[in-house]
Write a protein of this length. Structure first.
Length: 610
């Protein structure tokens, strides 16, 4: 029944089980006997006589009637009652039917029943089961099933190893996948095919490791395995996402002109998306035309990319035009397309139009998802229409959806923005009650909301409650608290926080310095502000345009006119400009003769640079 393992395979297996504790195979070896695919699931494993050809023909006719899961389960029950039992081939075919319908858990359950019946499973059966485990993100169970293969002398094939590799990558265990892939080659357990190489390349691209992905592409060529359009498209997509568009086009040209591989709609979509994200509209338009010239029709993904890019660039009218063209071509917009358009209008504060698109989407039979609601909630909060935002927030649960951390963060920030601190805190408590774990952004929003609403003591209390959280080593959090304390007139607390920041070995960024300098100027401590300003350059954080404007305003408010002209000259040398507030204050002081008219020419130059 089973193929006879080669001597090399036996030696490889012996090597596997004697590898160090850090080796991936050894890591999973414990699962071979200890997890859900242990021997207890196969108590009656034995061989039997295969069924006759007549029985097989009868079973085959039954297969043709399998249309859904219930049909498959009923057929399995019928097959289980036949004596002799149908062959392993028939049972495996049934498992494949169930797996193709994506009922992975049921497929595994049927496999366990097969083993209990005594059906002598083979490598094809095991490849189906291992694939199901991996698709369910139960890759450890899949490796335990591999251990079952080893114990039963079933020689795993390339499909089994490919499924395991894919499972690790689905679970974002890319480093383990890389180690596993290298071991397969080093121990000569199998010669990777194009699918396996493409899977590994996809994993490397998933973490942005384009260099190793390209090296693996070259290794394929060296080992005589020809890459296909999927292999190239994965790397091209990753390069485009990392804004390495020129490198992506080099690889595209290599694929087409050197390797003779025809690009597909996915390849073009990757390149168009990369060009749109960089605002290279003309080149994106040329790629669309090239698609048409080579006979590849844009799909819903192509148009969704264009709509999303137009909206992010503020070109919502162009996005609507793209949707009109899409519909005329008979391509139905999907939820992603509509979400992009809704988000585009929300970003522009055009909430009536966003709501019209939302209603149109629902009318067309598309159910809004959490992303749709998040965009609308954000748009209403941004427009200070908090009641409308709260109505939508409540509607999410009514529609059977679950608000995520982004939904809560948006709503909490909106409530703080209009001074409804109590409601914001209630929503924060609700997050915990519903098992939604606040992220770093949540705590930043709450701390900033409390500070902006002059509740610095409560913000500091929450900050100290964080204990060993990494947020207490977050420069952004310190900056929020320093700004809040100084605006509440508690400069002594702001100073303590600034010192605590540096004492912890953290490096203040330019915004941290800016809020501290602003606080010192607000309290009339212009000398201290100037001293801190001069320290910035030495600390490796040079002042920016905002810093100069803050200090200039501090000089003018506190009548330190002697330093004004020198600061203006420094701004001119750094090609910085004056903001509207600073310009107005300078002109007022010149009109009041507090400053000399000779500064006007320099001020004019700085205004032109704005």
């Amino acid at each position: 029944m089973f193929s006879v393992p080669s001597v090399r395979w036996k030696m490889a297996m012996k090597t596997i089980v004697t590898l160090s504790a850090h080796n991936i195979f050894f890591k999973f070896r414990g699962n071979f006997t200890n997890n859900s695919f242990s021997k207890t699931h196969f108590p009656y494993f034995h061989s039997y006589s295969s069924s006759s050809s007549n029985d097989n023909g009868h079973t085959q006719s039954k297969f043709q009637k399998v249309a859904n899961l219930n049909d498959a389960l009923n057929l399995f029950d019928q097959m289980s009652q036949r004596r002799p039992l149908p062959s392993v081939v028939k049972f495996t075919q049934l498992l494949q039917f169930v797996t193709k319908m994506k009922h992975y858990s049921h497929s595994i359950d049927l496999f366990k029943k097969m083993c209990a019946l005594g059906v002598p499973v083979d490598k094809f059966t095991m490849s189906v089961v291992i694939k199901c485990c991996c698709q369910l993100c139960r890759t450890d169970d899949a490796f335990a099933a591999l251990g079952f293969c080893f114990r039963r002398c079933i020689v795993p094939n390339v499909f089994i190893y490919s499924a395991l590799l894919d499972g690790l990558i689905l679970e974002d265990r890319i480093l383990e996948a890389e180690i596993f892939f290298k071991k397969l080659i080093k121990l000569k357990l199998c010669e990777p095919d194009v699918v396996m190489y493409s899977t590994m390349i996809k994993g490397l691209c998933k973490i942005g490791n384009n260099v190793i992905a390209i090296q693996l592409l070259r290794l394929m060529d060296e080992r005589g395995c020809k890459p296909d359009v999927v292999t190239y498209s994965n790397i091209i997509d990753s390069l485009c996402k990392d804004k390495m568009i020129d490198d992506a086009f080099k690889l595209f040209k290599e694929m087409v002109f050197q390797k003779g591989i025809s690009p597909n709609v996915i390849t073009y979509n990757c390149l168009i998306d990369g060009l749109c994200n960089l605002g290279r509209w003309e080149e994106a338009s040329k790629m669309l035309q090239e698609m048409s010239d080579v006979g590849i029709s844009p799909n819903v993904r192509t148009f969704s990319i264009l709509v999303d890019a137009f909206c992010k660039d503020g070109k919502v009218d162009e996005a609507e035009n793209a949707i009109d063209i899409m519909i005329k071509k008979g391509i139905v917009p999907n939820i992603v397309t509509y979400n992009s358009l809704i988000d585009g209008y929300c970003l522009r504060g055009e909430m009536s139009k966003a709501k019209t698109i939302f209603d149109s989407m629902v009318f067309r039979g598309l159910a809004p998802d959490v992303f749709t609601y998040n965009s609308l909630v954000h748009g209403y909060c941004k427009s200070l229409k908090i009641d409308e935002a709260m109505d939508l927030f409540n509607e999410i649960t009514i529609k059977g959806l679950k608000p995520d951390v982004v939904t809560y963060n948006t709503m909490i920030q909106g409530l703080f923005h209009v001074g409804r601190c109590g409601d914001a805190r209630k929503l924060f408590d609700e997050m915990h009650a519903k098992g939604i774990i606040p992220d770093e952004c949540t705590y930043r929003i709450i701390l900033e909301g409390l500070c902006n609403n002059h509740q610095i003591e409560e913000a500091l209390y929450l900050f100290h409650l964080m204990g060993n959280s990494k947020l207490i080593l977050d420069v952004v959090v310190y900056t929020i608290l320093i700004d809040g304390a100084s605006k509440c007139g508690k400069l002594d607390i702001a100073k303590i926080l600034f010192e605590d920041l540096t004492n912890k070995g953290l490096h203040p960024n330019v915004r941290t310095y800016n809020v501290m300098i602003s606080g010192l100027c607000r309290e009339g401590l212009v000398g201290d502000a100037k001293e801190l300003f001069l320290k910035m350059e030495d600390s490796g954080c040079p002042p920016n345009c905002v810093t100069y404007n803050i200090l200039l305003q501090g000089y003018l408010k506190n009548k330190h006119y002697d330093d004004v002209e020198m600061l203006l000259h420094e701004m001119d040398e750094r090609c910085y400009s004056l903001d509207a507030t600073t310009l107005s204050m300078l002109l007022d002081r010149i009109a009041a003769r507090s400053l000399d008219n000779t500064s006007l020419e320099l001020i004019g130059k700085l205004v032109q640079k704005n």
